[in-house]
Design a protein around this ligand. Structure first.
Ligand SMILES: [Zn+2]
Length: 79
């Protein structure tokens, strides 16, 4: 039989392992971002352009194609 104190300890251990894992994962992401950043900065305005392009994508209600909101659907236009 599990007693409540044992369950609490078990739960705490799971939480500690979970947060430990998350912390390590976040550290890995941070170190990766630090490595990537110099490359992005050297690329200049291209990173901004890519970001805008992703944010402005709109799904075409007719064919499901994704296109930038500034223009119309390339597939429906060609037909
Ligand atoms: Zn379309």
């Amino acid at each position: 039989m599990f007693s409540i104190p044992k369950l609490l300890v078990f739960f705490l251990i799971i939480l500690l392992v979970w947060y430990g894992f998350k912390f390590i994962e976040r550290q890995n992401h941070l170190s990766k971002d630090r490595k990537k950043k110099p490359k992005r900065e050297s690329a200049g305005d291209s990173s901004k352009f890519q970001k805008d392009e992703v944010e402005d994508l709109v799904k075409c209600p007719k064919c499901g194609n994704y296109f930038s909101s500034g223009s119309s659907c390339t597939i429906c236009m060609s037909e």
